[in-house]
Design a protein around this ligand. Sequence first.
Ligand SMILES: *Cc1c(COP(=O)(O)O)cnc(C)c1O
Length: 422
Amino acid sequence: MTLPLPHPALAATDPELAALVGAEEQLQADTLRLIPSENYVSRAVLEASGTVLQNKYSEGYPGRRYYEGQQNIDKVERLAIDRAKALFDVEHANVQPYSGSPANLAVYLAFADPGDTVMGMALPMGGHLTHGWGVSATGRWFRGVQYGVRHDTGLIDFDEVRELALKERPKIIFCGGTALPRTIDFAAFAEIARESGAVLVADVAHIAGLIAGGAHPSPVPHADVISTTTHKTLRGPRGAMLMSREEHAKALDKAVFPGLQGGPHNQTTAAIAVALHEAAQPSFRDYAHAVVANARALADELLARGFDLVSGGTDNHLILMDLTPKDVPGKVAAKALDRAGIVVNYNTVPYDPRKPFDPSGVRIGTPSLTSRGLGTQHMAAVAEWIDRGVSAAGAGDEDALAAIRAEVAELMAAFPAPGLSA
Ligand SMILES: *Cc1c(COP(=O)(O)O)cnc(C)c1O
């Protein structure tokens, strides 16, 4: 298949929009995509997301709907639920949350009342907005108390987390985050949650695919609730799931519907089912382990080029670079790398002296490039491009960025992306 992909009906009805989709396909094909929360879904997942399941209203759950005509939809949702339960080895799965943020909001609805104390990792330390950060509804409607990482190690200090939990007695403790390069110790969090009487939620949005593929320890049986998006390392459509033991099934289901949402997005449920099927194949285990091997190799190559990595490296798919020693602000570097065909995001680093909209760091990850088949043997080239790109950013050398862009496109052409190729 050559780009742009054929979308004949779209092209005939709305050529303007079709052109934008085609341009995005080309951009995703040509660039080195290093944003750790992104990926490439398969053609099968794309096809499932574009089906007539979209046309159906299905408020309720399989066998208990408020609308008739669910002969097929019930089976689709049951398939997704059964596959989630089998893949993650959980007793209960809800596949209806529209995305990760609403999934987390449903957890609050299930286990806390407005004004209650909740605990999570602070956003600038690597947590997520929905873990009780001030600007989020979760930080406005609940009393969010926040833990971080140690300044010297970049790692979570469990003595500090325990002290905070025993002092504040939160109803819910969230672990997991968006910029955590190290393995999450679910057992340590579970012990603290037990001691303080809190419900432990493992938000594994970033690492769900690594867990499914056996490349990161599972939060089962430690966490009371597992929240995850389906579109990051899990390589499914944009969506989310909540999983738990049977004991919490009712509370979670009631919170998602009718507590927070109306009708589920059945086309997304179908695509989640497909992604879970793909993630259950032996090749997905290889993928998950390759993501981690690539990240480790890339971290080593960056360290060898004088980059400062938060926590000194990575255990998973994600690397957080502190560019302070390079004397280039994160945003300047990110925008320059974008012009060089390397797509990253600027990010705060723990104890960042700069402002969140203009921070010191850049966050990168290996899920997308691994989906294209790049291996550890390519990570020296990737690190070299980043190094040259950051230097060019500091020097304002647009010619150097253009040269990198051409080299990147040449390598990417040799590794067609899932979903963008036949
Ligand atoms: C991505 C993410 C979310 C939110 O997911 P959205 O689908 O963007 O709403 C929640 N928690 C964590 C840890 C995440 O990484």
